[in-house]
Design a protein around this ligand. Structure first.
Ligand code: 4AD
Ligand code: MG
Length: 433
């Protein structure tokens, strides 16, 4: 008998097949058993009758949730079944029966979030988690395809770094060899700049770390960032790239992961709207929107989570806010020639209250100005000598951005908190399991 994946069951209507998986649920009704199996690709409802298949019936009766099983039977169309097909179970082999003394901790009922996070290694088996992780994979695939098609080369930045990129308050310090200090990277950007001078257009994609003391639904201490960087590029080029990238990610998920979006009960229509071009507003215009909503923000204030939600509520797709006050942005950002108190920076804010998913800017390419900024920010010049070299040897205007993968996927999935979209979330008070 052919072994099939549940996802493919529709192609085997009327055929005898084998499914290798786990018992997800079992309902018993006298001489009939109604198991539900899962194999990682989906769930399959089954029916097993005592009269027709006494052996399989005996093996299945009383079987505990998450016992591993190899099941054989005939696939048939059944409108009411999840996926539109069910299996008439005729054989069953139990590989490991979960002991009744230690039943699977995650029952088909609501659990508290701390309990679920403590059992994350088992929680990921639920259809909801599986759907989210498949959407994450699709979003990554689409992002890499899009970047590759745009002529960007995937390169990798190091994780151990000698200095800060995004402010010293969120650095994780590491005891490196022989009492040297090193830090976990906050962003691959500085290395991306060096690579862009070597290869023209590059992107890095990897884990990044922030010792964030913030306990919000948008913060992790370990998250994944995709960071394009291009030589001879300016702010507008990056906004165009960013909207193309995000549209491609969302549309790929809508096209290829519609079943998973349905599992999550995500409003798909809202995602279908997410197509470039996205609205662009200046920081000044964002402040004006905040005033309209009675928010007292003034020039020079950071746009925090609540403010982001207000600004983005005006739009049905992501909005890009550009030209922030230089004083509230990172040391490496190029000032606006017309108004040097502004940085040529932009943030992309997702709709539906998901906040900033992208932060980017044009970078300072002038040697003297960069040295001045390093000093103003009390950054150790010795550690940045290699970075200054990029301004000594053929410096050119260049720009890039960082897309936070988990924030983007949380928005696409419509999850309450970003911790659900990474397999094993690292947060303020959690590094287990
Ligand atoms: O805005 P950020 O700090 O920008 C940078 O790190 C730049 N060096 C990127 C660049 O230009 N190459 O971070 C970029 C994105 C944010 O927009 C957000 O989506 C995500 O990274 N991010 C976080 N995601 C989860 N948890 C956190 N603690 C995050 N901090 C930032
Ligand atoms: Mg930012």
């Amino acid at each position: 008998m052919t072994t099939i994946s549940i996802e493919q069951a529709g192609k085997y209507d009327g055929q005898e097949v084998t499914i290798k998986g786990w018992l997800y649920n079992l309902r018993e009704s006298g001489k009939l058993l109604f198991p539900i199996f899962r194999d990682g690709t989906g769930i399959m409802q089954g029916v097993c009758a005592l009269k027709e298949n006494p052996e399989a019936f005996a093996a299945l009766k009383g079987l505990t949730q998450e016992s591993s099983v190899i099941v054989g039977g005939k696939i048939r169309a059944e409108q009411r079944a999840p996926g539109g097909f069910e299996m008439g179970v005729s054989t069953i082999e139990v590989l490991q029966k979960v002991s009744e003394a230690t039943p699977f901790p995650i029952q088909l009922k609501e659990h508290g979030v701390d309990f679920l996070l403590d059992h994350r290694h088992l929680w990921i088996r639920t259809p909801r988690s599986a759907a989210i992780l498949r959407i994450r994979a699709e979003a990554i695939r689409a992002a890499r395809n899009y970047m590759d098609e745009q002529g960007y080369t995937l390169t990798d930045a190091p994780i151990f770094t000698p200095a800060a990129c995004e402010g010293t308050s969120t650095l994780f310090e590491v005891n490196y060899i022989d009492d040297q200090k090193a830090y976990l990277t906050q962003s691959g950007q500085l290395y991306g700049e060096a690579l862009a001078m070597a290869l023209g257009k590059i992107y890095t994609f990897g884990p990044t770390f922030r010792a964030e003391k913030s306990k919000t639904r948008r913060h992790l201490t370990e998250f994944w960032m995709l960071e394009p960087e291009a030589a001879y590029a300016e702010l507008d080029d990056m906004m165009a790239l960013a909207e193309g990238l995000v549209s491609a990610m969302v549309q790929s998920v809508v096209k290829n992961k519609s079943r998973e979006l349905e599992t999550l009960k995500r409003n798909i229509q809202k995602l279908e709207n997410i197509k470039a071009p996205f609205p662009r507003i200046s920081y000044d215009e964002a402040i004006a929107i905040l005033h309209k909503h009675g928010n007292p923000a003034k020039f020079g204030d950071d746009i925090g989570g609540d403010e982001e939600t207000i600004v983005s509520s005006e739009f049905d797709r992501p909005v890009m806010v550009h030209r922030y006050p230089a004083a509230i942005k990172a040391f490496y950002m190029q000032p606006d020639a017309q108004r040097p108190d502004l940085a040529l920076a932009f943030d992309m804010l997702a709709p539906e209250g998901y906040g900033e998913i992208i932060g980017g800017s044009q970078r300072i390419h002038d040697y003297d100005l960069l040295v001045k900024r390093l000093r103003e920010n009390n950054l150790p010049e010795e550690s940045f000598q290699w970075y200054l070299d990029l301004r000594r040897y053929g410096s050119v205007p260049h720009a890039g951005f960082g897309l936070g993968l988990e924030r983007t996927v949380a928005w696409i999935c419509g999850t309450e908190h970003i911790r659900e979209v990474i397999p094993f979330p690292r947060m303020l008070y959690r590094v287990y399991p």
